[in-house]
Ligand binder design. Structure first.
Ligand SMILES: [Zn+2]
Length: 146
């Protein structure tokens, strides 16, 4: 595969799509830990092998790189060169993500996507997570975990 796009500009994108224990993932784990949440990692038996799973709440969390998963943000844009290669590839990733979320929903799981760019404003991200979990608090309250 010939890769023409600007390596300096895009080097952070070159991680593999479904690599585990990435820096953004570790940041999310730290945050959840601080929030007093118990979680498990990389449940292979669930669709899409979610990065983080809150088992008792049936919440699956995906930590997604904006580039690979086509986030609607500055970092999520496909490269301006080699578009014939990148656009279908990135679209396939998005389709796969959607399929996984639909499959999880069918199994009774709530999916939450945390985007890499959201980690730049941790307080906002924490508010988002709190809000989504509150909506899903069918089992226990967040403060009840510690
Ligand atoms: Zn983004």
């Amino acid at each position: 595969m010939v890769d023409n796009h600007n390596k300096n500009q895009r080097s952070y994108n070159m991680r593999r799509v479904r690599s585990h224990n990435t820096n953004p993932e570790l940041q999310v784990r730290k945050m959840l830990h601080r929030m007093g949440l118990r979680f498990r990692l990389h449940r292979k038996q669930l669709p899409g092998c979610p990065d983080i799973v809150l088992v008792s709440r049936r919440v699956a969390i995906f930590v997604h790189g904006c580039f690979w998963h086509g986030h609607d943000c500055k970092r999520g844009k496909p490269p301006s060169s080699n578009r014939d290669f990148w656009i279908p590839k990135l679209l396939r990733n998005k389709e796969r993500d959607n399929k996984n979320i639909i499959a999880l929903t069918k199994l009774g799981w709530h999916s939450m996507v945390i985007w890499e760019c959201e980690l730049r404003t941790p307080y906002k991200l924490e508010a988002k997570v709190t809000k989504e979990l509150a909506l899903e608090s069918r089992f226990e309250s967040i403060s009840g975990t510690k």
